[in-house]
Design a protein around this ligand. Structure first.
Ligand code: ASP
Ligand code: MG
Length: 406
């Protein structure tokens, strides 16, 4: 029976050791025997990529990006070869490819390359021979034969792009969680797995810190309408479908509550309230490569104003240094860093058509006596910065208020 093509991607934790590779091979063979054609994308074993980065830094703290790609791409090359051998052992034909052999052509921006096209002829030929094709994730090649990588977590992108190019019926992303949850189950044991979620909601969650999938890969899936199926490689559970539109029986306003403790807040006090001040500061930050997230400026009643913004904790030292320098030139007051914060967000496409969602969220926080330090909103999300110690409590209360629990 011919059931069509599926692209399956297995992340690092799913191929962390010999047993797990064998487990993946069994799943692949099971699908094959049920009549599916398969292209399988794999990440590097376990934490291999992190280890390779560390190794490089022992040799050179500022390695050339080209050589970095040369190094990191070896991780995935190990995985594809081992998985092919494991599949062979179970009596099924399979062949492994590097990104280059799989025809993943990218631009020349090493360590964060973009796919420009896929020449899938070689993959199609092997599929015709009834082989499982196993492709190294996260890597590609430039038109001039240099190896590139697609940014951390890039195997997701390889899988989605191949699913689009080969018109696969589905792209399965296997990971170490059962799927996408209404909130972090470690924070709220009543968190529920979400059966279906839209690309937009998933993108929003990814940008708010959910680490299930690489954000770029979801963007590509959305653009080309590739259905994604997030599942656990440790169970047979159904997982979460990420699709364009979800037909929900009931009116669901909020689909998830997210929590992110990786941000820090910087406040510049008593800035002169005149044109060009914000531009100056944020231009400096961007020139130095500091990624700024939320920004809040107060209305000024004096001729001075405060600006607060958040950056990732890992960028705080650098951000403070740049901010101090920028602020000194414009006669600003004190600059305060605060690491004791968390960002709590609610996400849901239903917000677009339901008034009062923000009021409900603020009401829940008020009832818990949690002070809101910053607020930001998008079309389909509302975020509040609060003190870190209130984060879990706030998440549980919001989860309950919006009816997400079991
Ligand atoms: N191995 C690469 C990384 O750790 C790519 C991936 O896992 O998707 O970033
Ligand atoms: Mg990885």
């Amino acid at each position: 029976m011919h059931r069509g093509l599926i692209v399956q991607k297995f992340g690092g934790s799913s191929v962390a050791n010999v047993e797990r590779i064998q487990e993946v091979a069994r799943r692949v063979v099971d699908y094959r025997r049920r009549g599916y054609d398969l292209v399988v994308v794999v990440s590097a074993l376990g934490d291999t990529t992190d280890e390779l980065v560390e190794l490089a830094n022992k040799i050179n703290l500022h390695p050339s990006e080209r050589e970095m790609d040369m190094l990191l791409s070896t991780g995935e090359q190990i995985s594809v070869a081992l998985l092919a051998m494991a599949v062979h052992k179970l009596g099924v034909e399979a062949i492994s490819f590097t990104g280059a052999q799989g025809g993943i052509i990218t631009d020349t921006s090493h360590t964060r390359a973009r796919i420009i096209k896929i020449n899938a002829d070689k993959i199609k030929e092997e599929l015709k021979k009834n082989r499982v094709v196993i492709v190294a994730g996260f890597q590609g090649v430039t038109l001039t034969q240099d190896i590139t990588t697609l940014g951390r977590g890039g195997s997701d992108l390889t899988a989605v792009a191949l699913a689009k190019e080969l018109a696969a019926r589905e792209c399965e992303i296997y990971t170490d969680v059962d799927g996408i949850y209404t909130t972090d189950p470690r924070v709220e044991p009543h968190a529920k797995m979400i059966k279906e979620i839209t690309y937009d909601e998933m993108l929003e969650m990814a940008s708010l810190g959910a680490q299930v999938m690489q954000a770029r890969s979801i963007e590509v899936a959305k653009k080309f309408d590739v259905p994604i199926h997030v599942r656990s490689s440790f169970s047979k559970n159904a997982g979460t479908l990420i699709i364009k539109e979800v037909k929900r029986m009931e009116d669901v306003v909020v689909t998830s509550v997210t929590i992110n403790k990786k941000a820090a807040k910087i406040t510049i006090c008593s800035l002169p309230d005149r044109p060009g001040v914000a531009a100056k500061i944020f231009k400096k930050l961007s020139l130095e490569g500091v990624n700024v997230d939320m920004i809040v400026q107060n209305v000024s009643h004096t001729r001075q104003t405060d600006i607060s913004f958040t950056v990732s904790k890992s960028a705080l030292q650098k951000a403070m240094k740049v901010t101090r320098k920028a602020a000194a030139n414009i006669n600003a007051g004190q600059i305060i860093a605060d690491e004791d914060i968390a960002r709590i967000s609610i996400v849901g496409v239903g917000m677009k058509s339901h008034p009062g969602v923000a009021a409900t969220m603020f009401g829940v926080l008020a009832k818990k006596k949690v002070n809101i330090e910053m607020i930001s909103t998008s079309d389909i999300s509302i975020s509040c910065i609060i003190k870190k110690r209130f984060a879990e409590r706030a998440v549980r209360a919001l989860h309950k208020e919006f009816g997400l629990g079991k």
